[in-house]
Design a protein around this ligand. Structure first.
Ligand code: HEM
Length: 651
């Protein structure tokens, strides 16, 4: 049962990649010199094995951690985990081979060159493309070890998360990283690779695990089918997002690169029909009848393998659009974006530079929230409109801060960077937290009854985890909130975040989460760690407010430039005085920072008043129920004290 499906996918992938690659130029010698057929074809064949072993490792962990229930006497999860460890091992081997082939292709050195191995060990880390493979190799090696021992749902879920996270360095290595707007390319490839891995890897895993899945097959397939549908949309959409970068004019649409792309579009349509057919046939018929399922799945896997092969051929086919990112614009090699037009106040309303990695999740968050509210409404449950409005406003501010003027100009100007920072850390969470997304999700999502981790169970596990208890503790959240400001601006972290894509992404995610946990700790209504009494929360807030003001003042009065190399290299003609722009950032931090904090203080105070009211109501209800036994007891106590006081013998 193992050999046929894996053999089918690998064979169709390799054959298509080599055949199409030979036609499209993917295996042609590079400008640096011909490093020989072993390297040229090795790169393509190895990449197919790489993508498929990664997909299968992710697919097996998906099935084990989230899709299939475990019954007495079955070893479904451990079987899947062990198989995933083997796949991760294969994945690691393809990383090693990829490292050797990529270094040869990038350096122009042949494998047989006497100095090749010495040069490889000396400079593999210095070269960005081989450094990314080394980072991936370390993550995959960790995954291999972890999958070998992971047995509980929680452990398997963490192994799955690590496997998916490994797609991050992989997505940096595609054609996308060398282009203007490389953020769009890398985000497109990241979503593409994750979508393909869950989709292809999930189906392949179910086919391989069928003997151990047994009676759990129908439920596993039903759950996979929902994920497959989402992946179908994600793969198609992200492929188009990436492909759009590769068409400057209509002529490009007939280039070898695009001819491979058109084949991929056809592959996606064919797979769409398969998916629809499988969904209809499999969900209607008895899926345990081996013939039905095996025939459909094997054919579908064959087409999937071919599509992966096309993807690999495409990733090595010279693209029609080649842009010189060193063309004299100093910001381009650093930020991946061209220097924007001179800043004017009007730009605050008109500037737009989509950061897809932030735009897509923001739109998804709004879409899922509205879908959940609709589900509640449909079943006759109410949900406050105010919360929905807050949620939408919160994400609108998030999109403006990351893709509007603060996002675009914040990449090269300290002052606008601070507007983005303050919006992410303070303004956005103040709208999102009161929208109570966790409460809504728990009410809208169905609970699983077979001890598997569905979306609802994952959310519950996160909000009740020790991590949440630690980070949503008001004191820890406050230290993270203020400490991040100092750690970020007064260390190399700031320069790293300005001059690398990863740094920029880590910065945005960090600021957002730090702000969100801080506001959640103070005024969150969602289930989670127990709340501190309101007066204590208010004190934490006032302390943070003061520290924040101190930070703003320090920046305003600072006399030395932060991230000097970056700002001097970018050298914006319309920012003649960098220190003045930095001091303006200090003013913004202080100014923008204070307003949300005052709003937070009012929310905590309101919470305080309400909790007093609740206490009073609770007390009154109890008094009504027990004839105010507490007061009676108290009066009796007072009377007893009085009696003793008046009794000279008690003295
Ligand atoms: C509308 C359909 C699709 C479009 C427009 C599309 C587009 C793309 C693009 C532009 C790339 C990046 C190539 C580069 O680095 O220049 C890519 C890579 C890839 N695609 Fe697709 N794709 C589509 C469907 C699929 C399907 C259906 C699969 C498999 C089931 C697939 C698997 C892959 C893989 C595995 C890669 C990465 C290859 C690598 O670098 O390892 N794609 N695709």
């Amino acid at each position: 049962m193992l050999v046929a499906p894996v053999g089918m996918v690998v064979a169709s992938g390799v054959v298509v990649a080599v055949l199409i690659g030979t036609i499209s130029g993917a295996v042609e010698p590079l400008v640096l010199g011909d490093t020989g057929p072993v390297v040229r074809y090795g790169l393509v064949v190895n990449r197919v094995l790489h993508d498929l072993s990664a997909a299968l490792a992710i697919g097996l962990l998906l099935v084990a951690a989230f899709l299939t229930p475990e019954a007495r006497q079955t070893a479904r999860r451990s079987t899947a985990a062990v198989a995933a460890a083997y796949c991760a091992g294969a994945w690691a081997l393809t990383c090693v081979a990829g490292l050797v082939f990529t270094f040869s292709a990038s350096s122009g050195l042949q494998l047989s060159d006497p100095g090749f191995w010495g040069e490889l060990t000396r400079s593999a880390w210095d070269l960005e493309i081989t450094r990314l493979i080394l980072i991936e190799l370390v993550m995959v090696a960790l995954l291999c070890a972890f999958a070998a021992v992971a047995r509980t749902r929680g452990q398997l879920a963490w192994a799955f998360t690590l496997a998916v996270a490994t797609m991050w360095p992989v997505s940096f290595a595609g054609h996308g990283s060398s282009l203007v707007g490389h953020e769009q390319g890398m985000t497109g490839l990241l979503i593409h690779l994750i979508g393909v891995s869950l989709w292809v890897g999930g189906l392949l895993a179910i086919v391989i695990l069928r003997p151990v899945l047994g009676t759990a097959m129908p439920v596993t397939l039903r759950r996979y089918s929902t994920i497959a549908l989402a992946c179908y949309v994600a793969v198609g959409g992200s492929g188009v997002l990436f492909a759009l970068l590769q068409a400057d004019d209509l002529g490009d649409l007939l280039s070898p690169y695009w001819l491979v792309l058109w084949l991929k579009v056809v592959a996606l349509l064919v797979l769409g029909m398969f998916g629809y057919n499988q969904r209809r046939l499999l969900l209607e018929r008895d899926t345990t009848r081996p013939g039905v399922f095996a025939r459909l799945a094997l054919t579908e896997l064959g087409v999937m393998g071919a599509a992966v092969g096309l993807g690999v051929a495409l990733s090595r086919t010279p693209p029609p659009v080649v842009e010189d990112i060193t063309g004299g614009d100093p910001a381009l090699p650093l930020t991946g974006f061209p220097t924007p037009e001179p800043f004017t106040m009007g730009k605050l309303l008109t500037a737009w530079e989509p950061m897809w990695l932030f735009l897509i999740p923001a739109l998804l968050a709004v879409g899922l929230y509205l879908a959940a509210v609709r589900r509640l409404r449909r079943r006759g449950d109410a949900w406050p409109v105010g919360r929905t409005v807050l949620w939408v406003i919160g994400w609108a501010i998030f999109i403006y801060a990351t893709c509007g003027a603060p996002g675009q100009y914040g990449k090269v100007m300290f002052s606008l960077h601070m507007v983005m920072h303050m919006a992410l850390m303070m303004a956005v969470p103040i709208f999102l937290v009161p929208a109570a997304p966790v409460t809504l999700a728990l009410r809208a999502l169905k609970a699983r009854t077979d001890k598997t981790l569905g979306p609802r169970e994952v959310i519950l596990a996160i909000v009740h985890s020790r991590w949440a208890a630690f980070f949503v503790n008001p004191l820890v959240a406050a230290v993270m909130f203020f400490g991040s400001l100092i750690a970020f601006y007064y260390t190399a972290w700031f320069e790293w975040s300005l001059s690398t894509h990863s740094g920029h992404v880590v910065m945005v995610v960090h600021f957002f989460l730090t702000g969100y946990t801080f506001v959640w700790a103070l005024v969150g209504k969602d289930p989670g760690p127990p709340k501190w009494p309101a007066p204590l929360r208010l004190m934490v807030l006032i302390g943070t407010l003061a520290a924040h003001a101190f930070f703003g003042l320090a920046l305003m009065s600072g006399t030395w430039l932060l991230a000097p190399t970056f700002f001097k290299t970018v050298d914006l003609p319309w920012v003649p005085d960098l220190l003045a722009d930095q001091q303006l950032a200090g003013m913004i931090a202080w100014g923008i920072g204070e307003l949300p904090t005052v709003v937070l203080a009012m929310m905590v105070t309101l919470d305080w008043l309400r909790s007093d009211e609740r206490d009073a109501t609770r007390h009154d209800r109890r008094a009504d129920r027990d004839g105010d036994a507490e007061l009676t007891a108290y009066n009796e106590q007072l009377a007893e004290l009085a009696r003793r006081g008046s009794d000279p013998r008690a003295r």
